[in-house]
Write a protein that binds this ligand. Structure first.
Ligand code: GLN
Length: 215
């Protein structure tokens, strides 16, 4: 029997190479058989789990539609372990607000509402170190990178598990006791607003690999 899982990274647009590097860096310690770039249905059929990278969600959806893979992606994310980062989180969501005129296509799987560009424009990008209990008890803080990031502004199903919340004030115009939610898990899906692939810390990739291995 061949061991290990095959993980795909959707490679239509955006920061997919960085995810591939982060996954390859884990191959010595984790049970990963292959890391594959996914652009076609045939490639999607070969993977057990998928990462949808950051980039530009409107363009990514358009390219997916033109390549004829949008419906296959919709079917994949219903059941297979999938992680959406930043634009990928927007694509995974069931509802997105502050979208471009004319709206945008979504994969319609993660029952949350995401607000695009919640933290402002490219120049408003920021990093923040936060402790993250989901990465392990007493885990070192993780350095979170936010680039024109979305935030999860509502959880629309009680099964959605909040994982990381910012301190109040970031990306909020009105005073609130609760900060914005930037990572959630729901069944086979992981959605994060930030870009862990742009740091050398691969604990979020490990988290997803373990989630996929136990699926
Ligand atoms: N860094 C990112 O992935 C930005 C996401 C972008 N704002 C979008 O709507 O797709």
């Amino acid at each position: 029997m061949v061991e290990g899982i095959r993980i795909g990274v959707l490679a239509l647009q955006g920061a997919f190479i960085e995810h591939i590097h982060a996954l390859n860096a884990l191959r010595n310690t984790e049970d990963i058989r292959d890391v594959l770039e996914v652009r076609t249905k045939a490639e999607l059929d070969q993977v057990d789990a998928l990462i949808i990278p950051g980039g530009e969600s409107t363009s990514m959806a358009l390219i997916a539609e033109r390549c004829g893979i949008l419906e296959d992606l919709r079917a994949f994310v219903r059941t297979k372990p999938t992680w959406g980062t930043c634009a990928g989180l927007i694509l995974l969501a069931k509802t997105a607000i502050h979208t471009k005129k004319g709206g945008q296509k979504l994969l319609d799987a993660l029952p949350v509402t995401v607000s695009r560009n919640q933290f402002g424009r490219q120049v408003d990008s920021f990093t923040i170190r936060l402790s993250s209990p989901c990465l392990g008890k007493d885990a070192e803080p993780f350095n979170y990178v936010f680039i024109r990031a979305p935030a999860i502004v509502s959880i629309d199903d009680p099964e959605v598990e909040p994982l990381v919340q910012l301190p109040p004030g970031h990306g909020q115009t009105e005073a609130s006791e609760n900060g914005l939610l930037v990572a959630v898990k729901y069944r086979n899906l992981l959605g994060t607003s930030f870009h862990p692939e742009l740091t050398s810390d691969n604990r979020w990739h490990k988290y997803f690999v373990h989630m996929a291995l136990s699926a």
